[in-house]
Design a protein around this ligand. Structure first.
Ligand SMILES: NC(=O)c1ccc[n+]([C@@H]2O[C@H](COP(=O)([O-])OP(=O)(O)OC[C@H]3O[C@@H](n4cnc5c(N)ncnc54)[C@H](OP(=O)(O)O)[C@@H]3O)[C@@H](O)[C@H]2O)c1
Length: 168
């Protein structure tokens, strides 16, 4: 795995990008406003980082992280993510996302909504229960005493194993 695509480059996306670059991955960042609005972050991250439209991040990523307000999940490109592991960091906040009936009545989950939108991808929930600042602040190498645990969830064991390796 060499390249992490990021759909969303806000608080969580920028932090995942920092960790990825620090650990030798290339990153392709994207947001809703356009790559030019990410120039400061790209400059901070250095030569392993570039920005493009969400379609580019989806195409370039060996693993792609979807880290956007949940209400926008239907705008995530579908075809370029076919066959890929997709990390879903999204949480549901009705005050931000509006009410989503299937979540209010608990007939599905936010990750299952993204999985249904991306039927040919393997969605793994991760990074949704850690504050953005803690992603770098709490990061410790494998084997560290009292290392913080992160929970992942998904239906595809191979995709979960890939995400576990990435987090490690
Ligand atoms: N912040 C946390 O500590 C935290 C912790 C765990 C989970 N989460 C969850 O993770 C997700 C991201 O949170 P965040 O705090 O990083 O949000 P954020 O700071 O508001 O950033 C959201 C990012 O998503 C981008 N975006 C929005 N719509 C998009 C679209 N259609 N295509 C591509 N990019 C799009 C935004 O781009 P523009 O700025 O250009 O619109 C921005 O870069 C949310 O679902 C949140 O609930 C957050």
């Amino acid at each position: 795995m060499a390249t992490i695509g990021l759909i969303g480059a806000g608080r969580i996306g920028s932090q995942v990008a920092r960790l990825a670059v620090a650990n030798g991955y290339d990153v392709v960042l994207s947001n809703s406003r356009g790559p030019e609005t990410l120039s400061a972050l790209v400059a901070e991250l250095g030569p392993r980082a570039r920005a493009g439209p969400p379609l580019d991040a989806a195409k370039a990523g060996d693993i792609v992280v979807v880290t956007i307000p949940l209400k926008n999940y239907r705008r995530v490109p579908v075809e370029p993510l076919a066959g890929k592991t997709v990390i879903d960091t999204n949480n549901y906040y009705p005050s931000r996302d509006g009410h989503i009936r299937e979540l209010d009545d608990e007939s599905t989950t936010s990750a299952e909504l993204l999985q249904a939108h991306l039927p040919k991808s393997s969605v793994v929930k991760a990074f949704n229960h850690i504050y953005a600042v803690e992603l770098t602040g709490h990061a410790q190498p494998a084997g560290s005493k009292n290392r913080r645990a992160l929970v992942i969830a998904g239906d595809d064991p191979q995709a979960k194993a890939a995400v576990a390796r990435l987090i490690d």
